[in-house]
Design a protein around this ligand. Structure first.
Ligand code: PAF
Length: 278
């Protein structure tokens, strides 16, 4: 991968990168289109597919994470991707488990709340693998989805703090017609849970409407509203609903126009997330 990337760079071809864990959907393909726009027709668009073990906790879904490489490769070909990078575990984490892999990248501020609080080892795995993928693919531009808003913010912080010469682009969340944010994990939902899962986007819309009607609303009031909808109207269990400043992820006490909302909901073992600026 590095050899190919260096050759493209010598030819002055821009490299646009979309890191994924595979099981691609229309949301991923929209990131590919954004990467293509960034590097132009003669640039190179690279997608990586790697289910990164270090971002899963022991009790999470690493072994059952959905995979369909043949379909992913077809979708990439149809979307005009120039190369798909498929690193192996032994290439990414040589000697892991035998004690010889020992370097991790840790962001200590933006990653601490929200997903970081619910999944304490998650972002250390994400920043480590993304830094490693950047070193392999050598992109000028990398595209991340707004659905993982905190992830994109952590990566942006990491690039600024560690002087990665890479432009981070955050592309809008892609939604199903009924509002559910697209995610590879949606396939885990039962038919009933799939119907109920629209509660995340409905909560966002309801908060948007409340914010339009009042100048400022105490956070507790909207958290109660969200909990009531999730736990009163569906079989879901609210993991968190958080209100914060979009860029810094600093929590706010009063919600107003422009405040960011992120929420995570469990349906059985399936954990869905969504977010939006209100
Ligand atoms: O968002 C994802 O799919 C993953 O967290 C990423 C960025 C590919 C790192 O494994």
């Amino acid at each position: 991968m590095q050899r190919a990337a260096r050759t493209w760079k010598l030819g002055e071809l821009g490299i646009g990168f979309v890191p994924t864990m595979g099981y691609l959907h229309a949301g991923h393909l929209s990131l590919v289109q954004v990467a293509r726009k960034e590097v132009g027709a003669i640039g190179r668009v690279i997608v990586s597919i790697y289910v990164n073990p270090t971002q899963f906790a022991a009790h999470e879904d690493l072994s059952t994470y959905p995979r369909d490489l043949r379909r992913d490769l077809r979708l990439c070909r149809e979307a005009g991707v120039d190369a798909v990078f498929l690193p192996s575990d032994s290439a990414m984490y040589p000697g892991k488990g035998e004690g010889s892999y020992s370097t991790y990248v840790v962001e200590e501020k933006v990653s601490s709340g929200l997903e970081g609080a619910s999944r304490p080892t998650h972002f250390r795995g994400v920043t480590t693998i993304v830094a490693k993928l950047f070193n392999c693919v050598l992109p000028e531009v990398a595209v991340f989805g707004a659905k993982d808003w905190q992830q994109a913010s952590v990566i942006r912080r990491m690039c600024a703090d560690l002087n990665f010469p890479i432009k981070i682009v955050v592309a809008p969340t892609h939604r199903e017609p009924d509002g559910l944010a697209m995610s590879s994990r949606n396939v885990y939902l039962t038919a009933q849970q799939r119907l109920e899962a629209t509660v995340l986007s409905r909560c966002i819309r309801e908060c948007q409407s409340q914010v339009r009607q009042s100048r400022e609303i105490p956070v507790g009031q909207l958290v109660d509203l969200i909990r009531g909808k999730v736990e009163g109207e569906t079989s879901g269990k609210l993991d968190y609903a958080a209100f914060f400043e979009s860029n810094t992820l600093e929590p706010v006490e009063r919600v107003k126009k422009g405040t960011h909302l992120a929420l995570a909901v469990f349906f059985g073992k399936v954990r869905l997330i969504d977010n939006a600026r209100l």
